[in-house]
Design a protein around this ligand. Structure first.
Ligand SMILES: [Zn+2]
Length: 298
């Protein structure tokens, strides 16, 4: 009994696992070196970046793959890929929809090559529909469009997509937490689509995250804890409901450090990995923010 209790306590010692989104400035090798330098238990990265207005995908080397595998198997590091922002899986513009599908398929192939099991995806915007449609119809059609996109790209692979709630209003799908299960109900393999909660986006969309107990109750009833795989623990500029997506350093935004730390250490979220997505910052700042958030001191 004592042995089991000791095991449980040492497990708690390893949480919360808080890491960061790392920019691809000089490619994947540099991202992996930063993960090691910062000793991150969890990290997130894009697989493409823009160079001279052109999209350039990473080409992982054998050393990159071996290093990442060692980090995962020996240190228990948790890697997440964030799909490129220009992918719009709810678009009704046929060319954009087709390009988005081929890009996400490419990103899924890269994730499989790197043995990264989960990709975070923004649910997109239902643009290109008749302008006189009412908002409820736009949302319903956008949800169907997103579901058929996911059914196609997730067929025949083992990747899990984490749909992330976004900040936007008009025609955006998935900013309303109610959309999540509506999408899942239309999927061939619903278990392959789970959820990533972004605290900044929820606040900017209009959810009162600051009244955390009520927010959590609502979250349990709409999304459910069992679907939650990742938290983007971001602070945000601007007033609640302004639909603007402007991340700040934790403590410099509307949510504030005490609330961000409360969510970081919240018992029901304790084992959920957490990522901070900072404005471009030096590595020392990332390190300092993570140690502030990870520390149990208030
Ligand atoms: Zn995101």
């Amino acid at each position: 009994m004592q042995h089991r209790l000791r095991n449980a306590l040492s497990l708690i010692d390893h949480y919360p696992k808080i890491g960061a989104h790392l920019r691809l400035n000089d490619g994947l090798t540099q991202v992996l070196q930063e993960v090691i330098a910062l000793q991150l238990p969890v990290f997130q990265f894009f697989v493409a970046r823009t160079v001279d207005k052109k999209t350039v995908y990473i080409t992982p080397t054998a050393q990159d793959k071996a290093l990442l595998r060692t980090m995962v198997t020996q240190q228990g590091t948790l890697p997440f890929i964030h799909a490129s922002y220009w992918i719009n899986p709810a678009s009704f513009r046929d060319d954009a929809y087709a390009i988005s599908k081929s890009l996400l398929k490419k990103e899924i192939r890269l994730a499989q090559e790197l043995e990264v099991p989960m990709i975070v995806l923004h649910p997109g915007t239902a643009n290109g529909l008749e302008p006189d449609l009412d908002p409820a119809q736009v949302r319903r059609q956008g949800i169907e469009r997103l579901a058929s996109f996911l059914n196609e790209v997730l067929a025949k692979n083992k990747i899990t997509v984490l749909l992330e709630n976004t900040a936007h209003g008009r025609n955006a799908i998935g900013s309303d937490l109610q959309d999540f299960h509506k999408v899942k109900a239309l999927l061939d393999e619903p278990e392959k689509v789970q959820f990533c909660l972004d605290t900044a986006h929820a606040f900017a969309y209009g959810y009162d995250v600051a009244d955390f107990d009520s927010f959590f109750t609502m979250f349990k009833e709409t999304v459910g804890i069992e679907s939650l795989r990742l938290i983007h623990l971001n602070d945000v500029e601007g007033s609640r409901g302004n639909k603007q997506d402007k991340h700040t350093l934790p403590g410099e935004g509307q949510l504030g450090l005490p609330l961000i730390k409360k969510i970081a250490h919240f018992n029901d979220f304790l084992t959920i990995p957490k990522i901070i997505e900072l404005p471009a910052s030096p590595i020392e700042t990332i390190q300092q923010v993570i140690s502030t958030l990870t520390s149990k001191d208030v």
